[in-house]
Design a protein around this ligand. Sequence first.
Ligand code: KG4
Length: 322
Amino acid sequence: MYVICIGLEGTAEKTGVGIVDSDGHILALQGRALLPEKGGIHPREAAQHHAENLVPLIKKSLNEANLSLEDLDMVAFARGPGLGPALRTVATAARSLALSLDVPIVGVNHCIGHIEIGRLTTGCQDPLTLYVSGGNTQVTAFDAGRYQIFGETLDIAIGNCLDQFARTVGLGHPGGPRVEELALASDNYLKLPYTVKGMDLSFSGLLTAAIRKYESGAALEDVCHSLQETAFAMLVEVTERALAHSKKSEVLLVGGVAANQRLREMLEVMAQEHYAEFFMPEMKYCGDNGAMNAWLGLLMYQNSKKMDICDTRVKQRFRTDQ
Ligand code: KG4
């Protein structure tokens, strides 16, 4: 049966709307990120941003797809993980839409959404995925009938580490692109703590050490270079071990931090050394977007994961392996 699904996204600061059909065509993709003038993302401000932007983005998406509201057969949205107020705002919008159109609703796991849109848009089949963003850092693969987490951060996400570092040293937000730019101007590696713990990672000690290095007089370019080299080597190490363990032959990189050229290079070299194929979606599908939730919602719906509208509560800590 041909189905058209609208997907809403708002786990963090990006409001996203996407429309996808059951043939895997992405018919519309619209988004708007909240860019705070100073400081980080406040959950209440993110929620307000979604409240203001969801309706205009839904209208723009329908226009882009040349559809009207009545053409939508189902609604999907991210239940989590994410910021509570932001999740609740988007869930409420999704429920209202589903109720007014009298169509099914499916709440999805945001992290799995990243993987599934990665599979759809790159054509990889059964990858080991490194998902790196402002709020999440995990190595996952489909194994024994479900998504398993092979390794993850024990404290803050890699994107958050780069963002907090950048904010503290006066580079503004988002920090990742600015750290990358400055890192290009240095090849002077300053020793920083390498904190891989078993298959997991920790970035908060690394963040503190990088800030201290800068405050004790090291050149900002050198600290940016060293922070990237250390953090990315840690990510590549756990991905490499998970690859050997899972015996997958594909490596998929997703999430906003995938924009980083150096991380891509390092991961691609590692994949090649293991005769695995490396995949990365176009950047518009790498960061948070509505199409990923629409596509995953569709897949779940087609696999009979129908949900009662009253059972679409959000889950701030929604684990990929739940
Ligand atoms: O997946 P994403 O768009 O959304 C959230 O997690 O909210 O990821 C955003 C993250 C931010 O932490 C940002 O600093 C990081 O992606 N990022 C980068 C680069 N571009 C964006 N990190 C490293 N290098 C980049 N070029």
